[in-house]
Design a protein around this ligand. Structure first.
Ligand code: SF4
Ligand code: SF4
Length: 182
């Protein structure tokens, strides 16, 4: 778990009235590597009781500031709380991105299997993120699949492939203009 710069600007600030309830997925799924707290990915934090945080009142800053996409994005279905659909969406901004499509992106992480992405509310969330000019990667275990932008645009962004049409060339240029400077 890393606090993505500008998450408030890109996904929006945490929504009033949308609370974690019984979800503790971000105490399990992401790697946390801060001076105050370290844990590997897919391992429950030692402070998680299973229904909450045993050090809630003095939990580390990263836990106070970080919110998954569902806590921020009103267009995601209310029923898409991560523990209920088995998928957590977050904004990711790696320190050492592997490509232009890894600089800043939405990452959906499935909890139990790849089929979690077929949950109706996960699919609605995916449909929403596909409307944005922001890469969407779907992850389970070591597998990471690009779900947005479309393959013909991604191929041009990731390699020297020429755009097959003028419309695609313009779309590729639009993505480059946004993501190359990051
Ligand atoms: S994954 Fe989202 S909803 Fe679940 S505990 Fe973390 S911030 Fe709350
Ligand atoms: S310190 Fe508390 S809020 Fe932070 S990851 Fe651990 S259990 Fe979750």
């Amino acid at each position: 778990m890393k606090k993505a710069d500008g998450a408030d600007l890109i996904l929006g600030p945490p929504l009033d009235g949308r609370t974690c309830g019984g979800c503790t997925l971000c105490c399990f799924l992401p790697e946390i590597n801060t001076p105050e707290l370290q844990k590997p990915a897919s391992q429950l934090c030692r402070n998680c009781t299973g229904g909450g945080c045993s050090i809630y009142d003095h939990r580390p800053e990263i836990c106070r500031d970080w919110h998954c996409a569902w806590r921020r994005v009103a267009a995601m279905p209310e029923a898409a709380r991560p523990d209920l659909i088995g998928v957590m969406f977050e904004l990711a901004q790696p320190a050492a991105p592997r490509s232009i499509l890894h600089k800043l992106y939405v990452r959906g992480i499935a909890v139990g299997s790849w089929k979690d992405f077929e949950h109706a509310d996960a699919m609605r969330a995916i449909a929403h993120f596909r409307t944005l000019t922001l890469p969407l990667w779907l992850c389970f275990g070591d597998r990471m699949t690009l779900a947005h932008p479309a393959p013909e645009i991604a191929h041009c962004l990731l390699g020297p492939a020429p755009a097959p049409t003028e419309a695609i060339a313009q779309e590729v240029q639009r993505w480059r203009t946004i993501f190359e400077p990051l």
